[in-house]
Design a protein around this ligand. Structure first.
Ligand code: URA
Length: 241
């Protein structure tokens, strides 16, 4: 169930304040009843909402940028753990899913949508969509590691990893790094560091394709993609990036 004004705003009827005016003007009906209020909760699946007598078609696709916290799994259901979907309490669609996976202890950017074709394009191994991770790594990450990652390392797959850009931010007992990879094998970042004898102790994804994790989006929070972000993702889907 979501608020009537939010539903109308998300289906493109107008801004939140514009749709409130429409509701107060009696131009919006829910199941034929014009005595509605912006706060009224409606079911997008079950209720028929009309504006000036015209049926409002339900958003076909939704796209959310989620800042995954540690401690939840990138799945729609799980018998034991909290899932990323448990955080998205105020969405129109019920068929949303995370695009790809982050480990339970990994934080950061996760796209949540119900656009299967877009998800497929972003995840296709042949597309080489880049992902940028920030990590804290136990041990001193060296220039040699940078070279090894650039050449590709053996993580026990058929082929070595594709060239990856490793940037050392701080060196020490625990090093801070940025790593850009353009594939998404299971536990890939952790396994790449294992391959050079080091352990990732903290991992956060800060970018995926054209999407960046916003500084002002705290862990556990989400927001709809902006029109610019969505356009950039669709360009990526068409292979233009
Ligand atoms: N690489 C990992 O090892 N874990 C993640 O969650 C993402 C990339």
């Amino acid at each position: 169930m979501i608020r009537l004004d939010k539903f109308l705003a998300e289906t493109g009827t107008g801004t939140r304040s514009e749709v409130k005016k429409l509701i107060h003007a009696g131009l919006v009906t829910v199941n034929g009843d014009a005595g509605t209020s912006p706060e009224q909760k409606i079911s997008p699946e079950a209720d028929i909402v009309c504006v000036r007598g015209e049926n409002v078609t339900y958003a076909a696709f939704e796209y959310y940028l989620f800042h995954k916290p540690a401690g939840c799994v990138s799945a729609t259901e799980d018998a034991v753990h909290r899932t990323v979907m448990d955080y998205l309490t105020d969405t129109v669609r019920r068929d949303l899913f995370p695009v790809g996976r982050l480990d339970i202890d990994t934080e950061g950017l996760l796209l949540i949508t119900n656009d299967g074709a877009l998800a497929h394009a972003l995840l296709a191994p042949t597309r080489h969509v880049s992902k940028i991770y920030y990590a804290k790594v136990a041990g001193t990450v060296t220039a040699e590691d940078v070279n090894l990652f650039e050449k590709g390392v053996d993580i026990g797959e058929k082929a070595p990893t594709r060239p990856a850009a490793l940037e050392i931010l701080t060196e020490g007992e625990v090093s801070e790094i940025l790593l850009t990879i353009c594939e998404g094998k299971f536990h890939q970042v952790k396994r790449m560091f294992q391959a050079v004898g080091k352990e990732v102790v903290y991992l956060k994804r800060i970018a995926m394709g054209p999407l960046r994790l916003p500084d002002d989006l705290p862990a556990g929070a989400y927001r709809p993609l902006t029109a610019e972000e969505l356009a950039a993702l669709k360009a990526q889907k068409r292979g233009n990036l």
